[in-house]
Ligand binder design. Structure first.
Ligand code: ADE
Ligand code: ZN
Length: 319
């Protein structure tokens, strides 16, 4: 039987597969700088987070209309279903779209169109987490959050992503305070390329409930004690870590060390269209590399369920 998987770290923009990218380019009459799928795929050789982000934002030029956002989201949900995903908490970057002239309402409505039918179509429950780009001004994030709240669009939480180093969580306290005041759930990318201090800031200044990535926490024993004591989840993304050169090879991945240290770590796919695979592919590769076996695979799946924003009854139904 397939493990009941939950996905907690998945950028919907990072699920744009090359085939859909070319299809949307044709639909929207966008001229691409890549002549073929192979030429595009040849770009997927990243030196670091920034070199990936440059392509990730560029590729989004083809996603323009409400139906495009719905198609992108549906394609992810269909693939997630085959992976055995039963619940997905999906990141959406408003500024990746508003900054190129796509109205916030258009983009959000398209994503919601797909999410609202997800249980019926795929048997996957979902939550939507709006992630703000930390390399853009905090005031812009605040304005977008206010707009979403005023429009009454259904979102479940907020997060923080994009280029990390030089953009500490401390810059975003006002945004997270506003979200908390409205009962939204709080997460942030921290300790991916940035130092352990950014993880401390995300916990203590933003009050986040989960850390996305967080693998550089391993450099700080006191931080590890805190994460273990408070059972703060880390949404770990092995393929992403290798492809963005946070680590050299999958064999160097610290996931086993993280579990042995008592961290509440779970496996996720981050930007699967760019990093070589989905959540099931990540788990299969880790199993092959570290011989995880059924018990540790089940532990990773259970950690994901515990780390989710589902209610205790919903969690129990998945276990
Ligand atoms: N946006 C999409 N993927 C990301 C990642 N791995 N880190 C930061 N921002 C991102
Ligand atoms: Zn991410």
């Amino acid at each position: 039987m397939k493990l009941p998987l939950v996905e907690l770290h998945l950028h919907i923009e990072g699920t744009l597969e090359p085939e859909l990218l070319f299809e949307l380019a044709e639909r929207n009459a966008v001229t691409l700088p890549w002549a073929s799928l192979d030429e595009l795929r040849a770009q997927y050789d990243f030196a670091d987070l920034q070199s990936f982000l440059d392509l990730y934002y560029r590729a989004l030029d083809v996603v323009r209309e409400r139906i495009d956002f719905a198609d992108l989201t549906r394609a992810y949900l269909a693939r997630a279903r085959t992976a055995g995903v039963r619940h997905a908490e999906i990141f959406f970057d408003p500024q990746a779209h508003t900054s190129r002239g796509v109205p916030l309402g258009t983009a959000l409505a398209g994503v919601r169109d797909a999410l609202d039918r997800s249980v019926d179509e795929w048997g996957i429950t979902t939550k939507l987490i709006v992630t703000f780009l930390r390399d853009r001004p905090a005031d812009e994030a605040l304005q977008i959050l206010r707009e979403i709240l005023a429009d009454g669009v259904a979102i479940d939480g907020i997060g923080l992503d994009s280029a990390e180093v030089g953009y500490p969580p401390a810059l975003f306290t006002e945004v997270f305070d506003l979200a908390r005041a409205h009962g939204l759930r709080l997460v942030a990318h921290a300790g991916e390329e940035g130092p352990p201090d950014y993880v401390w800031q995300a916990l203590d200044l933003l009050g986040v409930e989960r850390i996305d990535h967080g693998i550089r926490s391993l450099e700080d024993e006191a931080l590890l004690d805190r994460l273990v004591r408070d059972r703060v989840p880390l949404t770990v993304c092995p393929f992403s870590n290798v492809r963005l050169r946070v680590i050299d090879t999958l064999a160097d991945h610290p996931i086993v060390r993280m579990l042995d240290r008592g961290l509440l770590a779970c496996i996720n796919s981050d930007d699967p269209a760019y990093f070589g695979g989905y959540i099931d592919d990540n788990l299969a590769a880790l199993d092959a590399e570290f011989d995880l076996g059924p018990d540790r695979l089940a532990l990773l799946a259970r950690n994901g369920i515990e780390a989710s924003f589902l209610t205790p009854a919903e969690k129990a139904a998945l276990l």
